[in-house]
Design a protein around this ligand. Structure first.
Ligand code: NAD
Ligand code: UDX
Length: 480
């Protein structure tokens, strides 16, 4: 029986391995982690991450051919194929601080693999890593291997949160990079055999190691670039009276462009886009390509601009101050159908409003008060470390309350900011909400999900990203 071990039981390791276990009953899959609470949660009824369909898959396989454990060394030493899916945060100190990937966790995983291995192994990079990481990992493994042979593969993960299970069951492609040697080709074939149990062969792409590593950074940069492009257009739409939804619909109809990833928003978030682009920028700079680096920098700058622009719209619309006013934030997760808040635009928006003196009442169906308080007090990039290494319970931000109901959040509020596109926000009783708010009552829709016409009929002053402006907002400066 082939044995797989995955180091790192996070958003990628957990769902990915659960689907491999589901589709390959003859393979034994162990997911290991240094975080005891995380592994306990994977073994309980309350999984550590919220992802539609995940619970079902885990329940079908757990205890049969899928195991979650903190006994990292035992499972690593027994495995034939080891996936490494640990954190790769942005460095906050030293060379490349603020951009380069911090490979501390990856390196310690590699050293541990070398220490405990007693048989030949295939080591698979599942984490997103800088180009040429495989070379460094290979060196660590071979210099410490006591004669054991390791083959390194790059198999980046393309799942998106909220749709992870569907993405894993029906991937657009599976990318496997390896050495162009007989040993490398054999290792690629071994991993192909795993995926081929449910993924059509023509969707499994084999490349060299560096192409696979770079393709992951490139794919995320391209996706984020589309969002920054449409968000840049949204500012111009507001200035000209065009409607960004109509513009992106018309643009996306061009089959060369396509309709996806053209929704204007308050900004993109999530653990990958910003981190991976910063990483790409750093690699360009290190390779003497400042023009290329500057091109990609702009994608992040526009994203920051969009978040600032949103806060400025809120403040300037409300007589240039939100001091002492109650603002309801509907949604905190970085997108719908996940409880993940890593790099969510809601953090910057809430911080901006708090900076102007607002009282913020937050409701998100999947995010806990503890998480929100941590996010609002944590330093930039601190989130991307194993839980037990993150700063301990920071002091709560007093002007923030977290509630479990949209109606409670909006009661007596002066304004509402919609920050995540949860379906339930589309069907709220906005008349009831309006009746319980201070007047004039404002809605700032950062996800373009409300029916603007209906809300204006009720009496709201509505701002919707990239849509023709409410007469109220026309004379207010967009950037303070
Ligand atoms: P995560 O923080 O959810 O999970 C990483 C896990 O690794 C943590 O539970 C941590 O405790 C564990 N870990 C760290 N060092 C360890 C060690 N030495 N031994 C055992 N366990 C260790 O992160 P994630 O979102 O799953 O991302 C993992 C990697 O995949 C990152 O490189 C990320 O960029 C990449 N990625 C993420 C996504 C996504 O949607 N989240 C998608 C594609 C790729
Ligand atoms: C992304 C990539 O899509 C995935 O392939 C990769 O493996 C990890 O990074 P993820 O961050 O989970 O996935 O979600 P995604 O759906 O890409 O959304 C990222 C952010 O962009 C969210 O904040 C989302 O709200 C925003 N977004 C997305 C927009 O603002 N407009 C869009 O049109 C699409």
């Amino acid at each position: 029986m082939v044995k797989i071990c995955c180091i790192g039981a996070g958003y990628v390791g957990g769902p990915t391995m659960a689907v491999i276990a589901l589709k390959c009953p003859s393979i034994e899959v162990a997911v290991v982690d240094i975080s005891v609470p995380r592994i306990n949660a994977w073994n309980s009824d309350q999984l550590p991450i919220y992802e539609p369909g995940l619970e079902d898959v885990v329940k079908q396989c757990r205890g049969k051919n899928l195991f979650f454990s903190t006994d990292v060394e035992k499972h690593v030493s027994e495995a034939d194929i080891i996936f490494v899916s640990v954190n790769t945060p942005t460095k906050t100190r030293g060379l490349g601080a603020g951009k380069a990937a911090d490979l501390t966790y990856w390196e310690s995983a590699a050293r541990m693999i070398a220490d405990v291995s007693k048989s030949n192994k295939i080591v698979v990079e599942k984490s997103t890593v800088p180009v040429k990481t495989a070379e460094a990992i290979e060196k660590i493994l071979t210099h410490n291997s006591k004669g054991i042979h390791f083959q390194i593969l790059s198999n980046p993960e393309f799942l998106a949160e909220g749709t992870a299970i569907q993405d894993l069951l029906k991937p657009d492609r599976v990318l496997i990079g390896g050495r162009e040697t007989p040993g490398g080709r054999k290792a690629i074939q071994a991993l192909k055999d795993v995926y081929a149990q449910w993924v059509p062969e023509d969707r499994i792409i084999a490349t060299n190691l560096w192409s696979a590593e770079l393709s992951k950074l490139a794919a995320n940069a391209f996706l984020a670039q589309r969002i920054s492009s449409v968000n840049a257009m949204s500012a111009l739409c507001e200035a000209t009276g065009a409607d960004v939804s109509q513009v992106s619909h018309a643009v996306g109809k061009d089959s060369r462009i396509g309709p996806k990833f053209l929704n204007a928003s308050v900004g993109f978030g999530g653990s990958c886009f910003q981190k991976d682009i910063l990483n790409l920028i750093y690699i360009c700079e290190c390779n003497g390509l400042p023009e290329v680096a500057n091109y990609w920098k702009q994608v992040i700058k526009v994203n920051d601009y969009q978040k600032n622009r949103f806060v400025n719209r809120v403040v300037s619309s409300m007589f240039n101050t939100v001091s002492g006013k109650k603002i309801a934030a509907l949604g905190f997760a970085f997108k719908k159908d996940t409880g993940d808040t890593r790099e969510t635009p809601a953090i910057d928006v809430c911080k901006g409003l708090l900076g102007d003196g607002a009282r913020v009442s937050i409701y998100d169906p999947q995010v806990s008060e503890d998480q929100i308080q941590r996010d609002l007090s944590m330093n930039k990039f601190d989130w991307d470390h194993p839980l037990h290494l993150q700063p301990m319970s920071p002091t709560a931000v007093k002007q923030v309350s977290v509630v479990w109901d949209a109606y409670v959040a909006t009661k007596d509020a002066h304004g509402i900011c919609i920050l995540t596109e949860w379906d339930e926000f589309k069907t709220l009783d906005y008349q009831r909400i309006y009746d319980n708010m201070r007047k004039p009552a404002f809605v700032f829709d950062g996800r373009n999900i409300v029916n603007v016409k209906k809300l204006r009929e009720i009496g709201f002053i509505v701002y919707s990203i990239g849509k023709p402006l409410d007469p109220w907002l026309k004379d207010m400066p967009a950037m303070a």
